[in-house]
Design a protein around this ligand. Structure first.
Ligand code: NDP
Length: 234
């Protein structure tokens, strides 16, 4: 069964690993990118999720080429870390606009087709930081915690329509996002992770693919950690 899958921010990092996992399983995979050359092997649509017009255009292109999106992975996200006293209004609102409101935009648009099809799978990429907190990450943590309330509300709203909404909360993953950390910061983080290492993007992708599979047909409103044990108990 080849499904129409959309991975936002599927051009690099965790999103690219997720896109590859679905493509390897035979699905038709669309990815969004904002600039540069997107990776080959996918339907790459240019889309900044902070712009509702670009979201609409991206969906039109995907629907014309792959049909309505049946599986949506809302992965695109940014950080703008700063201690609260130095965090500008723009640092805060731009992270919320991308990570939380951007997810609202892509989920809402995907839902149109899913409601018609009376089925759908939505996976939101949150973070261990959403529930654990992180100094200097009040904006990011608020956006990622917001995804949990968002997903759980929709799980209740649309469960009867056979659409599942789940959240994956990765810990620290080896991507461009975490390359910005200093060696000292990395060592501190690793010392707190029971498994004693960063995740590879493919380890997050495997969980995402499971949640979108038939094997996960009775899972909705869940928050699944892929964090090496970092957030245990939250
Ligand atoms: P990267 O920084 O490597 O990639 C971020 C992706 O998001 C890129 O594809 C980027 O596109 C896309 N993106 C950012 N802003 C927008 C926007 N406005 N519109 C469309 N696309 C956008 O990050 P990761 O792969 O590490 O992270 C992916 C997700 O996983 C994020 O939501 C992140 O918060 C989350 N996460 C990451 C963790 C980690 O340790 N790395 C841990 C926990 C969660 P472009 O190439 O155009 O910039």
């Amino acid at each position: 069964m080849s499904r129409s899958v959309l991975v936002t921010g599927g051009n690099r990092g965790i999103g690219l690993a997720i896109a590859r996992a679905f493509a390897d399983a035979g699905d038709k995979v669309a990815i969004t990118y904002r600039s540069g050359e997107p990776p080959a092997g996918f339907l790459a649509v240019k889309c900044d999720i902070t712009d509702p017009e670009q979201v609409e255009q991206a969906y039109k292109e995907i629907e014309a080429k792959h049909g309505p999106v049946e599986v949506l992975i809302a992965n695109a996200g940014i950080t703008k870390d700063q201690l609260l006293m130095r965090m500008s209004e723009e640092d805060f609102t731009s992270v919320i606009d991308t990570n939380l409101t951007g997810t609202y935009r892509v989920v809402k648009r995907a839902n149109r087709g899913m409601l018609r099809a009376k089925k759908g799978r939505v996976v939101l990429i949150s973070s261990v930081v959403g529930l654990y907190g992180g100094p200097g990450q009040a904006n990011y943590a608020a956006s990622k915690a917001g995804l949990v309330g968002f997903a759980r509300s929709l799980a209740r709203e649309l469960g009867s329509r056979n659409i599942t909404f789940n959240v994956v909360a990765p810990g620290f993953v080896d991507t461009d996002m975490t390359k910005a950390l200093t060696d000292e910061q990395r060592a501190t983080i690793v010392s707190q992770v029971p498994l004693g290492r960063y995740a590879q993007p493919e380890e997050v992708a495997a969980t995402v693919r499971f949640l979108a599979s038939d094997d996960a047909s009775y899972i909705t409103g869940a928050v699944i950690p892929v964090d090496g044990g970092l957030g245990m108990g939250h």
